[in-house]
Design a protein around this ligand. Structure first.
Ligand SMILES: Cc1cc2nc3c(=O)[nH]c(=O)nc-3n(C[C@H](O)[C@H](O)[C@H](O)COP(=O)(O)OP(=O)(O)OC[C@H]3O[C@@H](n4cnc5c(N)ncnc54)[C@H](O)[C@@H]3O)c2cc1C
Ligand code: FES
Length: 256
């Protein structure tokens, strides 16, 4: 069950010039978030910015959970200036999260593009026994995050960058394509999060290879609880709310 609660900032650690790892300790007992679920965070007591902002749970830790975020505008800039001991208001956990048993096979692939890496560590923690592979794409080497956290969990990320500064030059889908053809099997379950164009291409890729895939979508959100209809996406069963029926959808469901 989701609730509104106050949380103390335990740590707000800069990872790069514009990426931060925020550790929050809720001041009440809250439901443990599942991988792929998210929280709406209120970054300021004032009315500016008025709306809470959605962030995926990056990892659950003792006493609370972590959020991995990129500074892109007003709310994230304010958040980045917060210090340990400060309190913020949050709402959650929200949304459906990733289904955890999507594949009959034991071959599970995590695919992340850019900030799409944020929910993947919680998922990797949860399904560690399946020994998932991680395909991780970013624009450039300096934008790759949390590599050591995955390595500590026994996952060696298979990296691609647009500019070739780390790993294979090209998209994460190029890397997946060559992996699937060398593996000689399409018996995989796939989880993904990343920018919309990447997810759209990945959906086509999964359809072509008959791979079962679940994808966490991002849409602008005003309420986060299903009432404003600001976050709807078109699916083959009509419009669905990313905050309520999602953010995780089957790749077969979304009309891109
Ligand atoms: C379900 C869900 C989970 C999310 N999880 C995370 C997460 O774990 N970590 C994280 O960093 N972000 C996450 N986001 C995106 C995050 O909510 C936005 O980055 C945040 O709301 C921006 O608020 P702002 O006030 O700083 O920027 P705004 O003023 O709202 O936006 C500033 C500018 O940045 C653009 N922008 C907004 N979001 C993004 C983005 N994600 N990437 C690039 N440009 C963007 C806007 O179009 C605008 O031009 C998630 C979004 C959703 C819907
Ligand atoms: S954000 Fe309001 S319905 Fe989804």
């Amino acid at each position: 069950m989701s609730e509104i609660f106050r949380a103390k900032i335990k740590e707000n650690r800069p990872l790069t010039n514009h990426h931060y790892l925020l550790t929050l300790h809720p001041l009440i007992n809250i439901a443990l978030p599942n991988p792929g679920q998210f929280f709406m965070l209120s970054v300021d007591e004032s009315l500016d910015p008025l709306l809470k902002r959605p962030f995926s749970v990056h990892r659950t830790v003792e006493g609370g959970f972590q959020i991995l975020y990129r500074v892109v505008g007003k709310a994230t800039k304010i958040l980045s200036a917060k210090s340990p001991g400060d309190e913020i208001e949050a709402l959650g956990p929200l949304g459906n999260g990733f289904p955890l048993n999507i594949s009959n096979s034991e071959n599970v692939i995590l695919t992340a593009g850019g900030m799409g890496i944020a929910p993947m560590l919680a998922l990797a923690d949860k399904i560690a026994g399946l020994k998932p592979l991680l395909f991780y794409g970013a624009r450039t080497a300096g934008e790759l995050l949390c590599l050591d956290d995955f390595r500590d969990s026994g996952i060696e990320p298979i990296i691609s960058t647009d500019d070739g500064t780390c790993g294979r030059k090209g998209s994460v889908i190029d890397s997946l394509e060559s992996y699937i053809s060398s593996a000689g099997s399409n018996n995989f379950g796939l989880y993904a999060c990343g920018p919309k164009p990447m997810l759209s291409s990945l959906s086509k890729f999964c359809a072509k290879h008959e791979i079962t895939a679940y994808m966490a979508l991002e849409e602008s959100m005003a309420c986060g609880i299903g009432t404003c209809l600001g976050c709807v996406v078109k699916t083959n069963e009509g419009y669905k709310r990313v905050c309520k029926e999602g953010p995780v959808f089957s790749s077969r469901e979304i009309i891109w």
